[in-house]
Design a protein around this ligand. Structure first.
Ligand code: TXA
Ligand code: MG
Length: 391
């Protein structure tokens, strides 16, 4: 086995030799770094690696020791189960007790890619990996480094997002290092991820597939393949009496250190809560689409002035369309309002950037008016501890 006493020195050595960083990507399956990472996984160590959604903190999914190390490194409650990452569809049949037809259809349509499916688990998966649940979350990522690592190591990789519990998920290796330095054995650096928010989780243990966590694969995309799809009500209604089916969804998450509030215009949306939680946000007026209302901008500017008057540092999370309208030193541009994928890709990095500048208060526009609005607002509202200012 590889003894990595001073692991960071070892990685630096790889950097010096031009092997790590983005070149891992080009080096493919046989790169030294992937080999080293595989050895670590086979010895129950922990390796952070890029996926197309966020960076994962990987360990051997069949080892309860590795699972225990993951929980310790993240400071994560051990009732919060881990996703098992695979590189070959056939492996689902080894990990799950039965695989319903709808699961097969979704796997075929979206794997490899940002979709996690929940199925009844087989005995080979230790309870430590699934937080004692009788089900298991499985996903086949599409990132070439993730796939190479799973194949080269021959290990099913249990991997939560590689942040410490409660912090924004990491979208590049520097974020991982901030949270995990000294706690894990290795980071594979694949540069910035493409998607930026975690995979969509779909529970296939009920007759109607149910979204437990919204993500890049939208309800509409799933319905195009399997017909009716439900949403776990606990996701769309931040009502503490509703217990989300994905244990991780109940925790405050993604939070920056400053106090984040979301400012939204009540006239922009009418809230429609039908039984399935569908079409919860509907725009009252077409004219409100793709613009943050003037009232939102005006209110955020007021809040910025109030905070500055108290001697506090303030940051604003805005969009390409509104960035020049704020009277604030730190304006972070999430992306373009109508293009949800640009906002998803930057959101977590921005929450960390608010920390870098030491913002005491952070005011963010709401980003509901795009296809990924549900997934983005789910993360943003959790980061804000559901703090919302309506104008
Ligand atoms: O995109 C992603 O899914 C990333 C990358 C690394 O693959 N992973 C990720 O893992 O976001 P994590 O641990 O941060 O979030 C996993 C979520 C948690 O909310 C957890 O409660 C839920 O999945 N989960 C895992 N197994 C489950 C199960 N058997 N039943 C219900 N929810 C489950
Ligand atoms: Mg996470």
């Amino acid at each position: 086995m590889l003894h990595l006493k001073n692991r960071w020195d070892k990685i630096e050595l790889l950097f010096d030799r031009g092997i790590a960083m983005n070149t891992i990507f080009e080096a493919g399956d046989n790169s030294d770094a992937i080999k080293m990472a595989s050895e670590i996984l086979n010895n129950n160590g922990l390796v952070a690696f890029p996926t197309e959604t966020v960076y994962g903190l990987g360990g051997n999914a069949l080892s309860k020791d590795a699972a225990a190390k993951i929980y310790a490194a993240k400071g994560r409650p051990s009732d919060n189960p881990l996703i098992v990452h695979i590189a070959d569809t056939e492996d689902v049949y080894k990990l799950a007790k039965n695989v319903p037809e709808k699961a097969r259809m979704l796997m075929e349509a979206f794997w490899p890619g940002p979709l996690t499916i929940i199925l009844p688990k087989n005995e080979i998966i230790p309870d430590g990996t699934t937080g004692g649940l009788p089900t298991v979350a499985i996903r086949m990522p599409s990132h070439p480094i993730a796939l190479s690592l799973i194949r080269e190591s021959g290990v099913y990789i249990a991997a939560p997002s590689a942040n410490t519990s409660g912090r924004p998920s990491p979208t590049n290796a520097k974020h991982v290092l901030e949270d995990m330095d000294g706690r894990i054995d290795m980071i594979l650096d694949g540069g910035d991820v493409g998607i930026g928010i975690e995979s969509t989780i779909v529970d296939l243990t009920s007759a109607i597939p149910t979204i437990l966590r919204p993500g890049f694969i939208t309800k509409k995309m799933l319905e195009n393949i399997v017909g009716e799809v439900a949403i776990d009500r606990a996701i769309v209604e931040p009502d503490p009496s509703l217990r989300p089916k994905a244990p991780g969804m109940k925790y405050t998450h993604y939070a920056p250190k400053g106090e984040l509030s979301v400012v939204e215009c009540i006239e922009d949306v009418v809230i429609q809560t039908d039984a399935s939680g569908q079409d919860k946000y509907q725009h009252a007026k077409d004219s409100c689409r793709n613009v943050a209302s003037e009232r939102v901008v005006a209110r955020i500017n007021e809040l910025v002035h109030e905070a500055k008057a108290k001697g506090k540092k303030v940051a604003v999370i805005a969009t390409e369309e509104t960035k020049d309208m704020y009277d604030c030193e730190y304006v972070f541009v999430a992306g373009s309002r109508a293009k949800g994928e640009t906002i998803a890709a930057r959101l977590y990095a921005i929450l960390r950037e608010c920390d870098y500048v030491g913002a005491d208060y952070i005011y963010s526009e709401a980003f509901k008016d795009n296809e990924l609005g549900g997934a983005i607002m789910n993360r943003l509202m959790k980061a804000a501890g559901q703090r919302v200012i309506k104008v």
